[in-house]
Design a protein around this ligand. Structure first.
Ligand code: SAM
Length: 272
């Protein structure tokens, strides 16, 4: 189930009732979880489940579930299995025939997107990019043409080099939204062209502190009504030999461009 990403009040009534009502809570870090639970008066027993022990801990949870116990799974912040442990546990628990019930709530991605104001209707959650510069750039190169906003998580010690790579690979014109310390005291959200982001980070030591979600607008959508040079040339050649409709159909099959767009352009060419 989801837990706050900073502000301890960002938790649903259903989540608190569930945390109080289950027999056991599996959590990444018991001290961290205790802080949240004490704040809400929950005294349920805890068990550690983190990336280094997930397989054994999941097995233990299955034994407890088989014995009729109810177990909740939380991570340190936000939604489990989103750049956090949880997916392997969920798979193991479901494979053992137990029911998995999601309790929705905070996630840094959705919180950041809701305040980003990006025009893209689609987004790709990338999460953390590789720490090594070469691997990071290679991964970004694979995303250049994607017509969807890109959502990244980043740590403060890597934010400057990560932004520099975003600019180098995706280009300085795209809009970037940097959301830091969401729901916390020093929350800050800025939107600017990628080419200006390095200067913004360097302008104030506080700008590189805290937790970050970085969102970048997607590659511009290719306008369906625009024909590229190859499609237009093919259309013209075929029009010289064939009736309009047939030329448009064939040009579409050869180039992959829209038949309707080619037909409309063919009519224009014939009448001019
Ligand atoms: N499971 C979490 C979720 O649902 O968002 C993500 C956990 S991941 C280990 C932690 C990363 O999420 C941070 O390094 C940061 O990139 C992002 N993040 C978490 N809380 C945040 C916050 N309050 N403001 C901005 N980013 C945050």
């Amino acid at each position: 189930m989801a837990t706050p990403i900073g502000n301890l009040a960002d938790i649903s009534a259903r989540a608190i009732a569930t945390l109080a009502g289950v027999d056991l809570i599996a959590c990444e870090d018991t001290r961290h979880a205790r802080h949240l639970l004490e704040h809400h008066g929950v005294t349920t027993r805890l068990i550690a489940l983190h990336q280094h022990n997930e397989a054994e801990a999941a097995q233990k949870l299955n034994d407890l579930l088989a014995a009729g116990q109810a177990v909740a799974l939380i991570s340190d912040a936000g939604t489990p299995a989103v750049s956090d442990p949880g997916a392997r546990t969920v798979a193991a628990v479901r494979a053992a025939g137990h029911r998995v019930v999601p309790l929705p709530g905070p996630s840094a991605t959705v919180a950041a997107l809701s305040a980003a104001g990006l025009a893209d209707t689609r987004f790709l959650f990338v999460g953390f990019l590789p720490a090594k510069p070469g691997a990071r750039r290679t991964e970004l190169e694979g995303l250049v043409a994607l017509e969807a906003a890109l959502v990244f998580y980043e740590a403060p010690h890597r934010i400057s080099e990560m932004i520099a790579d975003l600019c180098a690979v995706l280009g300085p014109e795209r809009q970037v939204v940097i959301a830091r310390e969401l729901t916390k005291l020093f929350e800050q959200i800025v939107s600017l062209p990628l080419g200006e982001a390095a200067d913004w980070l360097a302008a104030d030591a506080n700008h590189v502190r805290g937790e970050f979600v970085v969102m970048v607008s997607g590659a511009p959508r290719r306008d369906e009504s625009e024909l590229d040079a190859a499609a237009l040339r093919t259309l013209k050649l075929l029009l010289a030999e064939l009736p309009t409709k047939q030329a448009a159909k064939l040009a579409s099959q050869i180039t992959g461009a829209s038949k309707n767009t080619l037909y409309a352009r063919a009519i224009e060419l014939k009448t001019n």
